[in-house]
Design a protein around this ligand. Structure first.
Ligand SMILES: [Mg+2]
Length: 270
């Protein structure tokens, strides 16, 4: 699908623009709001993007960010209060009015096992330049920017096999391997959790760039199929590294975070 024209974009967003108080604007953070940085901790959401998100908050029924990061880290990065954050792909939910996220109890009980396995694995792959991120019940091993990409990937493939042999789950993203509890967590759960109890919301948009965001696309499709939503808009943020399905399955395709900023700006017209 080719990138949208301004008219095409306004047309695609019509279900939200017509009744913003009955609409949810949800999006991924890294690669969608923030350009992918050489290291995850160097990522920044441009100030104009934070302002665009903040401007939508009072106009829409719900504005929320759904990230693989912890909810508090996602909020720090986006820098906007008064909106919802789902952390760790939905394992944590931070409601707009709350200061601490609620963690799914099913995940919390695996924290020590994930930590024990991942800390040992990381000490082994650390000489390759692989960095770790401790997200509580999930550990991420990042290899963006390492000296030898192939060696890092090979080492992490071994770590992934061992994790699965230990009964843990793994998830691959853009230059990152996550070690997770063997409990289903996905951005589909995040979308469903955020819409729970918000029955006035009848239309929703989700924008994302990576494989985990396809789960959020699935959730929107399912909510429409079950008539929980009247309309959904799936925004695919295209990148050279992202999966083809993000573009193939999207209703609207934009080029990178700059393109998604155009979507936020168009939503502000409501
Ligand atoms: Mg992303």
């Amino acid at each position: 699908m080719p990138p949208q024209t301004a008219e095409g974009l306004a047309d695609a967003l019509r279900p939200l623009l017509e009744a913003p108080k009955r609409a949810a604007v949800l999006c991924d953070v890294d690669g969608t709001l923030a350009p992918i940085a050489p290291r995850a901790d160097a990522a920044r959401v441009p100030p104009e993007v934070s302002r665009a998100i903040a401007a939508l908050a009072p106009r829409y029924g719900l504005v929320g960010c759904i990230s693989g990061r912890s909810a508090l880290d996602a909020r720090r990065l986006v820098g906007v209060g008064g909106i919802a954050y789902a952390g760790m792909h939905g394992a944590e939910i931070l409601q707009p009015s709350e200061s601490r996220p609620a963690v799914s109890p099913a995940l919390a009980e695996y924290r020590d096992r994930v930590r024990g396995f991942a800390a040992t694995a990381w000490s082994r792959v650390r000489p390759l330049g692989i960095r770790h991120e401790d997200k509580g019940p999930i550990w991420a091993l990042h290899w963006r920017g390492v000296a030898n990409d192939a060696a890092a990937q090979t080492a992490l493939e071994e770590v992934a096999r061992e994790a699965e042999a230990e009964g843990l789950a793994v998830h691959w993203g853009r230059k990152v391997l996550e070690i997770r509890p063997p409990v289903r967590i996905s951005k589909a759960d995040a979308v469903t959790s955020l819409l729970e109890g918000r029955l006035a919301v009848r239309a929703a948009l989700f924008g994302g760039d990576d494989a985990t965001d396809l789960d959020a696309f699935d959730a929107l499709d399912s909510l429409v199929a079950r008539s929980r939503l009247d309309a959904a808009v799936k925004v695919g943020v295209a990148s050279a590294e992202g999966p083809e399905d993000i573009v193939r399955r999207a209703d609207v395709v934009v080029e990178g975070p700059a393109g998604f900023h155009d979507v936020l700006a168009a939503l502000a017209a409501a």
